[in-house]
Write a protein that binds this ligand. Structure first.
Ligand SMILES: Nc1ncnc2c1ncn2[C@@H]1O[C@H](COP(=O)(O)OP(=O)(O)O)[C@@H](O)[C@H]1O
Ligand SMILES: [Mg+2]
Length: 236
């Protein structure tokens, strides 16, 4: 029952149970530096439980979690402080004289340079998640954990967010672990897709597709069919 801080990301033999039920059952996982991993699984399979362990918000009953010190989490709800303006929401957790400049640069990166003084309640859902991304990246984390960050957004906004997240990943080079139940989202984003089954990583796929092929190609359709089958959703 340990969490180790080191310059690598791995989960070894992790068990996490609630009321005697093993939600994570001897789970193993390794994430390479700068790798974009998407963890796919149906609702209730334990995705958030795993993410919370990696974030340090929870501890395993047994097994080992090894993570880098600098981590950031983005949740489905933006979790912005409503009583602080956008810029202040991004500087929270930052120290030093250049905190404001860093936050402004991060807001520019997510396309919200002009909204520093806005109140969170005046933002659209997509804008609020952009602020959440800026807040995550401004600390220069080695690992970004994203828990269904776009699930509440409309389809078009979600596609725009996918493009943004891939850009940010390429620029910052942090390892990313995004959990989702959305097969299309997994294919759009991942270097590697892991499917959770019975409390473990059931299957894994490297996605060596170009941006265009991720959107439309025979390989995309083949991977999509395979993932749906892994999820027990064949014939849709
Ligand atoms: N703190 C907790 N106490 C009791 N049960 C929990 C707790 N956290 C998660 N669970 C249970 O563990 C299972 C997996 O939950 P979760 O990891 O949130 O699933 P997912 O994110 O894949 O939808 C669910 O059955 C959930 O009810
Ligand atoms: Mg969840």
């Amino acid at each position: 029952m340990t969490t180790v801080i080191a310059d690598q990301i791995s989960v070894r033999g992790v068990v996490r149970q609630f009321a005697g039920r093993r939600v994570l059952d001897n789970l193993d996982l390794t994430i390479a530096r700068s790798e974009f991993v998407v963890l796919l699984g149906p609702s209730g399979c334990g995705k958030s439980t795993l993410l919370r362990l990696l974030a340090g918000l929870d501890l395993p009953d047994s097994g080992e979690v090894v993570v880098p010190k600098e981590r950031a989490v983005v949740f489905q709800a933006d979790r912005l402080l409503p009583w602080e303006r956008v810029l202040k929401n991004v500087t929270i957790g930052l120290y030093g004289r250049d905190a404001k400049d860093k936050a402004k640069a991060a807001l520019d990166e997510v396309g919200l340079g002009g909204r520093s003084n806005a109140w969170p309640k005046t933002l659209s859902g997509g804008e609020a998640q952009r602020v959440a991304l800026a807040r995550a990246l401004v600390t220069e984390p080695d690992l970004v954990l994203l828990d269904e960050p776009f699930a509440a957004l409309d389809a078009l906004t979600r596609l725009k967010m996918h493009d943004l997240v891939r850009q940010l990943h390429q620029k910052h080079g942090a390892a990313m672990l995004l959990v989702t139940h959305d097969v299309a989202e997994a294919i759009a984003l991942a270097d590697r897709i892991l499917v959770m089954q019975n409390g473990r990583i059931g299957s894994a796929y490297h996605v060596g597709l170009s941006a265009a092929d991720r959107r439309s190609s025979p390989q995309r359709e083949e991977l999509r069919a395979q993932l749906l089958s892994d999820l027990g959703l064949t014939g849709r």
